[in-house]
Structure formats: C-alpha cells, structure tokens
Design a protein around this ligand. Structure first.
Ligand SMILES: [Ca+2]
Ligand SMILES: [Ca+2]
Length: 253
C-alpha cells in the first residue's frame, strides 16, 4: 500500500506528501509510544507499529500478557509450596506463597523446621528426637514404643520366661530375679539361685540342684521346668504361661 498526496497549483508547481501511519496495537490499556528511530520516514514503508508502554502487571510486545510473578521469580516459594500469581496491576513482585508443608513454619517463601521436642508440648511419653519436618519418639531401655508412636510401655521381661533361675518380678523399666525360700541369690550372678543348705553327701541323683531342707535332701529344677514323678529328673513345664501369670509359684517337692 502506498498513499501519497499530490498538490498541484495553477502554475504547475507540485507538492508531494507521503504520510507515515502510526499503528497502535497495544493491549490491556497500554500507552502507545512513538520512537523516532522506528519511524522510517526515509524508507518506502509508511506504516509504523508503535511500541507499547505497558500498565503495571502486563508484559509482552503488545502488553498482551499478565505478568506471571511466580515464573518471573523462578518459583520463589519454598519447595512444595504453591505459588499464586496475583492479577494485574500486581507486577513482578505480585505473588503469594501458600502455607508451609506440615511440620514446618514460616510465611511460605521460607519455611523452617518446627522443633516439636521443645516447648511445653510433651508429644512423647519418654524421649523425643526432632527430625526435619517431623519428630520421632523413643523409649528408655526396658520400655517399648506403642502403636500410637508416642507412648512407652514397660516390657514385662518375665513374660515369656526371663532368664531368672527361679522367680521373676517385673519392675518398671526392668525386672528382678529372686529365689525360693530354700535358696539365696548367687552374688556372682543375681539371676542364679544357690541352695541355702546344699546337699552334704553327693547330689542324691538330682538332675539339676540338690538342697537340704529340715535335713532332708530334695531336688529342685529351674523355672520353666518341673520335676518328674521320680522327684529327681525334670521336664519342661507345659504350663509356663499359667505359671508366669501367677508369679511362677513352682512346686518343689
Ligand atoms: Ca521437626
Ligand atoms: Ca519391666
């Protein structure tokens, strides 16, 4: 397209006018700006598309795009936190970060671990270990962590049978071995029992221990076993569970 205005007067003088058309293609209320170097008055192209001066929050050659502040800032929120671009006129700084992931605190652009083990909240019945984004509970020796993940319960070491030779008493966090009336605790090994009065003359055929009570030699066996009808040899007690329940009152004679 070539538009020219030619004026001629009566004496034959001619004047030529070739106007330049400035085209404004800006969008979203942008202002068209005239840049002199773009106006090609000397060239044959008489159509110039004007530059755009975008309103706040818009970008693009013709201001056709709403600025995505999340993209411009390369997702400025904490990893895993949703970034929400704010509509124009919010510009490059117009974004909002969602809440921090659970276990973390902050404004969403930066999140810090919450130390659940600090402060007044006692989340673990015994020991608390802080971890990034969470925490875990632990128990002292002799306790086991329950399914709720926070409560510690005493382990009943006497059930099933502990390594006590005779009696076993469960205690909070531990257990204690003790002995039947004709026995005393072996000082070299508190789990063992030795007769207060060992049999003087040989073992009297006892398979395990021989002790004297009222000057009578008697055989005994350790917890979890019972004497057979010969009162000398022993057999594994078939009713251990029952015995454990009733503090293992063993029949010795
Ligand atoms: Ca934590
Ligand atoms: Ca215990």
């Amino acid at each position: 397209v070539n538009i020219s205005f030619i004026a001629t007067d009566a004496k034959g003088a001619v004047a030529l006018l070739r106007p330049v058309f400035h085209l404004c293609a800006c969008q979203n209320g942008a202002k068209c700006v005239q840049q002199l170097d773009e106006i090609q008055t000397q060239s044959d192209n008489r159509f110039a598309i004007l530059s755009c001066e975008c309103r706040s929050g818009y970008a693009g050659h013709y201001c056709e795009n709403d600025v995505d502040a999340c993209q411009v800032n390369l997702n400025p929120c904490y990893p895993g936190v949703v970034c929400k671009d704010l509509p124009a006129p919010a510009n490059e700084s117009g974004y909002e970060c969602g809440p921090c992931p659970s276990g973390l605190t902050g404004k969403g652009d930066s999140c810090q671990d919450i130390d659940e083990c600090q402060g007044g909240l006692k989340r673990c019945s015994q020991n608390c270990y802080n971890t990034p984004g969470s925490f875990i509970c632990g128990c002292d020796n002799g306790y086991s962590l329950q399914n709720d993940g926070s409560t510690c319960q005493d382990i009943n070491e006497c059930q099933p049978l502990a390594d006590c030779m005779q009696k076993c008493e469960n205690t909070p966090g531990s257990y204690q071995c003790s002995c039947n009336s004709d026995f005393k605790v072996d000082l070299s090994d508190p789990k063992k029992c030795i007769p207060k009065f060992p049999c003087k003359d040989g073992s009297h055929g006892c398979q395990d221990v021989c002790f004297e009570s009222n000057d009578v030699a008697t055989c005994a066996c350790r917890m979890g076993y019972q004497l057979k009808s010969d009162k000398k040899s022993y057999v594994k007690d078939s009713n251990q569970k029952y015995l454990a329940l009733y503090k293992r009152v063993l029949m010795w004679r």
